[in-house]
Write a protein that binds this ligand. Structure first.
Ligand code: AQP
Length: 332
């Protein structure tokens, strides 16, 4: 079975950056890869690499599951599950710790960035996070992993770990390839176009949440930082803010940036921004309606139970085979 794996941390409300960088790409891949099975998980064990409020974390897990489904994943082609509910993920993490080197983990820029923000001490799990991620992917022999470009380095390490195991023990893991969306591998903050739009950014103006109503969406886009030139043209070096909006718009329209620039030739920023706000709101409206219906139904529990069952069957076998390969245990 050919597989594709993806996960998102339940660390806050989803924004348009995660949607365009990961979820929309995932849904599109389901159409273009009908022969693949998709393992999609809520990365709750990753979330506790930094402090979390347990009540909020639980709520975020449910909300993320509902949002995934609402965004249009094909359930017959997908196993949707919560990472911590399949203990094979933790087992694989422990086993793969022996195949990652300290120097490799020390080079991870996400660790350095996140460690800097910790006030109460840096958790060891934040340091070893990329090993858990490697396990998440290698457990299912993923051929492709759709991610935003902030995950590029982690995915490189996953490939290194897989190749290291294969080299020492013979072919065992599929070496996964990352799949980055063409235009939206890094959606930038609306207030600081040098920074990634991020769930944990406390500045509400920096992002559009998937749950935001139309008036808020329009307000956020209107107040997005651009420049004083007044001409809608694509220049990612000198017009970072406007270029970010153009890429988002083109991704939603499923067209090229050039086409968008052509459409807005001679048009002022205010009209451009109003149209983009309207486009985002219209795109999100059916997702929001489905999300609210799911949050109030039993459907979600059945979807997650079913996804867990299918994923777990595969994951358990892979871990057992790996332990045997490593010479662990006595009986098997
Ligand atoms: N701004 C973004 N542009 C493009 N892709 C993005 N992704 C996240 N933000 C953007 C992609 O979404 C997937 C899930 O990300 P994650 O939840 O695992 O965590 P993250 O990358 O750490 O996202 P955040 O928003 O920055 O979360 P916090 O603030 O909690 O750390 C990944 O494929 C990611 O690339």
């Amino acid at each position: 079975m050919k597989t594709i794996v993806s996960g998102i941390q339940p660390t806050g409300e989803l924004n348009i950056g995660t949607y365009l960088g990961s979820i929309k790409n995932f849904v599109a891949l389901q159409k273009s890869h009908p022969d693949h099975h998709f393992f999609l998980f809520i990365a709750d064990t990753h979330a506790i690499t930094v402090p979390q409020d347990p009540t909020k974390l639980r709520a975020a897990i449910k909300s993320l599951a509902a949002m995934y489904v609402a965004c249009g994943i094909h359930l017959d082609q997908t196993s949707l599950f919560v990472q911590s509910e399949i203990t094979a993920h933790q087992e694989m993490d422990v086993l793969l710790q022996s195949f990652a080197y300290m120097g490799e983990l020390e080079r991870m820029t996400q660790f350095k960035d996140k460690a800097q923000k910790q006030v109460e001490g840096i958790r060891a799990s934040l340091f070893t996070y990329p090993v858990l991620m490697a396990g998440d992917i290698l457990l299912y022999d993923a051929e492709f992993v759709p991610v935003g470009d902030d995950q590029k380095q982690h995915l490189e390490l996953t490939r290194t770990i897989a190749e290291r195991v294969n080299h020492q023990y013979g072919e065992f893991f599929t070496v996964p390839k990352p799949l980055f969306p063409e235009l939206t591998a890094r959606v930038m903050s609306l207030q600081n176009p040098d920074q990634k739009m991020s769930k944990s950014d406390p500045n509400v103006k920096s992002k559009i949440l998937l749950s935001d109503p139309e008036n808020i969406i329009k307000k956020r886009i209107r107040s997005a930082v651009t420049d004083s030139e007044g001409t809608v043209r694509y220049d990612p070096e000198n017009k970072k803010g406007l270029s970010n909006l153009l890429r988002m718009y083109a991704a939603l329209e499923e067209t090229s940036v050039d086409n968008m620039v052509e459409r807005y030739k001679g048009v002022n920023y205010q009209t451009f921004k109003d149209d983009l706000g309207t486009k985002i709101a219209a795109h999100l409206a059916p997702i929001q309606a489905r999300y609210h219906a799911l949050m109030q139904s039993q459907e979600l529990t059945d979807i997650l139970d079913d996804g867990k069952k299918r994923a777990e069957a595969l994951a358990i076998k892979k871990v057992q085979r790996f332990k045997k390969k490593l010479g662990l245990g006595f009986k098997r």
